[in-house]
Structure formats: structure tokens, C-alpha cells
Design a protein around this ligand. Structure first.
Ligand SMILES: [Zn+2]
Length: 229
């Protein structure tokens, strides 16, 4: 069975990664416009580097939770028939054992040269970033998709949505497009659709079925039922 799983901030939140959609609309005390747009980076690159340096360091302090582990087990069972798409920029899926994660919003552990487009694995701070080793001109930026930019890997994601028989959305608010529209695309092409989320998402009504509770409880139970029907 071909399955597409979409994960969002809710699954990382259960590991202790804060999300900017909580409460005050700020992301760790910053306006989203200042730290998550090309304009914000152009206006104050050091502030933006410092912000993502802090996020990168914070993620290194937390651990994958049972939901991440269950999805890694599902990959072992389904192999290429599972497409795991995440909106998260952390590496918790990889640290749980997933090998093929589609990071549609980029990755904290990657730097992107804004000039030549080269990607460089990046674990430390980027403040005062050294020049790009490829073109030598600098302009390294966090390899994350900001508001106003086009998400990565969209062609491959759409292909997977067209082909899948089951689409499962885990820990997503249903508010950020294009990811929020995946359920309707998958459904239009005949997939069954399931939401696993702490509370009904904004798009909850688009799913055939919705289960609400902690991802750390719901996802292992769902994977176990799929593996041992
Ligand atoms: Zn370069």
C-alpha cells in the first residue's frame, strides 16, 4: 500500500520544540516577519542567523518521541511505498531512524548559498558565516523555506499524493499552505485520508477520519494496527 504521511509542528512539540503558532503569535519572542522572511534576512542577517543558531542548539537538546520512532518503523515495513513529508526543519525523524524524509520547509542542519545554490551540511552557529566554499562569495543563509518562498520538493510530493492510497496528517495545524491542501489533493485522486492531531485542525472536515490526542499515543497505535491488521 502506498502511503503519504505529512508531519507538522505538533509532533516536534511533544519532544519539546516550541512552535511559533502558539499563544502570542511570536516565535520565541520574535515577529515572524523579522526572522522567517527573505525581507527580514536582508534587513538584519545577523539577527536571523542568531535566531536559527538558537533553534539549532535547542533541537540538539531534545529527543525524538514515540511518534517519530513509530514512523521510522513504518518506513522499515513499507520501504519506498512510504513518502514521509515533514514541515519541520528539525532532524527528529532522522534521529528516530527514518532514512528518506522529504523536508519541504528545509532543514536547520543545512546551509544554503544564496548566490550559487550549493547546500552544505551545517551543525554549528552561522553568525558571521564563513564564505561559501563553492563560489567563495559568502551569502550563506539557513537552508529553510521562509514565508513568501516556494517549498522544496513539490513535484515529488504531488506525484506521491496522486499515487497514494492512504494520506495521513500528523500534528499539523491545517493553516499553512500548500501543505494544508494536501488532504484535498490526495482525496481527489482516490486516497483514504486520516488526521492524527491533538485537536481538530482547521482542515479537519476534509478528512475521512480524524483521531485526536497526543501523537506519541496515536501514531504508535496507528502504525501497530497497520502492521498487524
Ligand atoms: Zn556559493
Amino acid at each position: 500500500m502506498k502511503v503519504v504521511v505529512l508531519t507538522g509542528a505538533g509532533i516536534s512539540a511533544e519532544s519539546g520544540v516550541p512552535t511559533f503558532r502558539d499563544a502570542d503569535g511570536l516565535w520565541e519572542g520574535h515577529r515572524v516577519e523579522d526572522v522567517a522572511t527573505p525581507e527580514g534576512f536582508h534587513a538584519d542577517p545577523e539577527l536571523v542567523h542568531q535566531f536559527y543558531d538558537e533553534r539549532r542548539a535547542a533541537v540538539a537538546e531534545v529527543e525524538p518521541n514515540p511518534a517519530h520512532v513509530a514512523l521510522a518503523e513504518l518506513e522499515q515495513l513499507l520501504g519506498d511505498d512510504l513518502t514521509l513529508v515533514t514541515q519541520n526543519i528539525d532532524d527528529l525523524h532522522e534521529r528516530a531512524g527514518s532514512k528518506r524524509v522529504v523536508h519541504m520547509h528545509g532543514e536547520l542542519l543545512s546551509a544554503l548559498c544564496a548566490r550559487c545554490g550549493r547546500r552544505i551540511p551545517w551543525e554549528g552557529p552561522m553568525v558571521g558565516a564563513p564564505p561559501c566554499g563553492s563560489c567563495g562569495k559568502g551569502d550563506l543563509r539557513p537552508d529553510v523555506v521562509w514565508f513568501g518562498e516556494i517549498p522544496y520538493h513539490m513535484d515529488a510530493i504531488i506525484d506521491a499524493l496522486v499515487e497514494c492510497e492512504l494520506f495521513v496528517s500528523i500534528g499539523t495545524s491545517g493553516a499553512v499552505y500548500p501543505a494544508a491542501g494536501f488532504v484535498q489533493q490526495a482525496r481527489a485522486f482516490g486516497a483514504r485520508t486520516l488526521e492524527l492531531n491533538l485537536v481538530p485542525s482547521e482542515g479537519s472536515r476534509f478528512f475521512h477520519e480524524a483521531r485526536h490526542g497526543r501523537a506519541g499515543d496515536l501514531v504508535p497505535a496507528w502504525v501497530a494496527a497497520l502492521c498487524h491488521p
